[in-house]
Write a protein that binds this ligand. Structure first.
Ligand SMILES: CC(C)(COP(=O)(O)OP(=O)(O)OC[C@H]1O[C@@H](n2cnc3c(N)ncnc32)[C@H](O)[C@@H]1OP(=O)(O)O)[C@@H](O)C(=O)NCCC(=O)NCCS
Length: 194
């Protein structure tokens, strides 16, 4: 079974002008955490679209490897052009590297990855991860890529492990989600190789 527009989906690097479509995707994606049979994957289920947009524009405008930098790849689906629409595409997945805000830890960046529910299980997560790790290898001074994942999120843990990430830390009861149930935060790290 294919999802809506499945055959048209492509992974490409994000440009600053994609920040608005990226923000809309992040807001939709977060609302899916723990809903309609999806695993719980985030400590929050909502975010301000304008805050996400502003922060992404800022990160993506900084040179890679400088304090506060960020770079992303997007899973995009073209949508029919609308006469007054701002953009001819829809973002349905992302993988982003967020660098440290301080010089002392610029050798590390944090990876986030998310595919909207209608598109999971079809290889897009792996394609996004491969593309973002290529970006990581290009980033000056980057040695470690860190990924935080809920201990209960087997799908993400399996994906990260298959990419060479290994558990480096675990905080039990890091979050209390929904009904107050404790969730452990697992830190998985990949050495990029410098
Ligand atoms: C984790 C996530 C990005 C994976 O994306 P995806 O498009 O479903 O993944 P893919 O189809 O590319 O599969 C990649 C790997 O994930 C794992 N995986 C996928 N579906 C799985 C399932 N149902 N059960 C266990 N592992 C699974 C497998 O290791 C798979 O590799 P394989 O196909 O070679 O066996 C996606 O499920 C998602 O967005 N989840 C919610 C957000 C999230 O958890 N983000 C990461 C932590 S913050």
């Amino acid at each position: 079974m294919t999802g809506p527009g499945e055959t048209d989906l492509t992974v490409r690097r994000a440009k600053r002008s994609d920040a608005a479509d990226f923000a809309s995707h992040v807001v939709r994606h977060l609302s899916e955490s723990g809903s309609a049979g999806a695993p719980e994957f985030a400590p929050v289920r909502s975010a301000s679209r304008s805050d996400v947009l502003d922060a992404a524009e800022l990160r993506w405008s900084r040179p890679a490897g400088e304090a506060g930098w960020g770079r992303a790849v997007l899973l995009v689906q073209p949508r029919p052009s609308e006469p007054f629409g701002p953009s001819p595409l829809r973002v349905v997945g992302h993988a982003e590297l967020v660098g440290s805000a301080i010089p002392a830890s610029l050798h590390r960046a944090t990876l986030t990855i998310g595919v909207e529910r209608a598109y999971v299980g079809r290889g897009h997560g792996r394609a996004l991860a491969d593309a973002v790790l290529e970006l990581a290898r290009e980033a000056p001074s980057l040695v470690y890529v860190d990924a935080h994942v809920f201990a209960s999120n087997e799908r993400a843990i399996a994906l990260y492990a298959s990419l060479g990430f290994a558990e480096t830390a675990r905080i039990p009861d890091a979050f209390r989600v929904r009904d107050g149930r404790p969730v452990a935060d697992v830190l998985m790290t990949k050495v990029i190789g410098r």
